[in-house]
Write a protein that binds this ligand. Sequence first.
Ligand SMILES: [Zn+2]
Length: 404
Amino acid sequence: MPEANLVLNNVSQVLTMAGDGLGIVEHGAVRVRDGRIHEVAKGNLEPRPGETEIDCCGRVVLPGFVDPHTHLVFGGWRQNEFEMRLAGRTYKEIAEAGGGILSTVIHTRLATEDELYNRALERLHEMVSWGTTTVEVKSGYGLDTGTELRMLRVARRLGELGFCRVVPTFLGAHSVPKKWDKSVYIKLVVEEMLPAVAEQGIALFCDVFCENFVFNAAESTAILEAGKQHGLIPTVHADEIESSGGAELAAKVGAASASHLLQPSDAGLAAMAQAGVVAVLLPGTCFFLREAHRSPVAKMREAGIVTAVATDFNPGSCPMLAQPIAAQFGCIHYGMTIEEALRGITVNAARALRLDSRVGTLEPGKAADIVITDVPDYRHIIYRLGHNPVFMTIRDGRVVHRQV
Ligand SMILES: [Zn+2]
């Protein structure tokens, strides 16, 4: 395929995300050469031979969105459970009654690889239509070696299509399968699943659902350390349902990120700041589950923790896959500033995935992953609740979605 050379002119605001803020260039332009950002300038740029000019009609341009926490691949939705929750049943009660993650496990195991692939592909197209150009995808609905590997193969195939970057994460320790003794299952994860995942080279990260009633901090540490032995970067579902030492263990094992964090301890937050662990906030989940606690954004800000925002897209606790809406919840439900939320779905999300040297900002040399919006001012991206602001999604300099 020929390399993509573009000039984006007539942009009201280019949000480069360079440095600490939004890196705004008013009345700017962007030149893309060979699929990478070549320059961001003030005023319009003269197109050179071989370059395609796009008139952005006085709208905002910013980096393609990075979604650093999703469960994109799964079989079956869970609308029944949603209805139960509306009737007052809690997450924990539903899980203990055999619902929750384990019901998705049943449907995922029954699905063929192509069925999982086709369903996930539809959802991925929808994500891209909302501006996502990089997405992390977890396994974790197999809880047996064959299905976990099948989910990761689906993630790899989706990435190979080339319209969205896919970062695969092994989450064998998402739950304990029915009728299994937990210690026996952990042994399976460590001694069979992790070596198989490593041998096939189909995951970059190892994740674990750390909660006192799922995998406690000691068990989670053992799994993540084993993952490290196989070259997988640790990340953790931490302190969501109750304070379980998740933030502390994320710091201890050198995790790239810790997600949820509705009830982290002060010591845990201090340890995360010290260790440079990115907090991946999932405000859509918190809102959807009507959870009593919310991530302590002010404390995180004060501690100097880098905060990213993700959808946590999954069939149970957040069937919402749009990063602009996750950012809106970040502001309205969690109290983030507009700047924090927009950095949260771009540069900081890239950092959570350790991809910040390649994506997340519009700086020379970075991949030309770009969103052209239909809004004249960047604050509209948050302010216009529920509006899809994406006019065009560009990945590596190629148009992968256009509003119709
Ligand atoms: Zn999750």
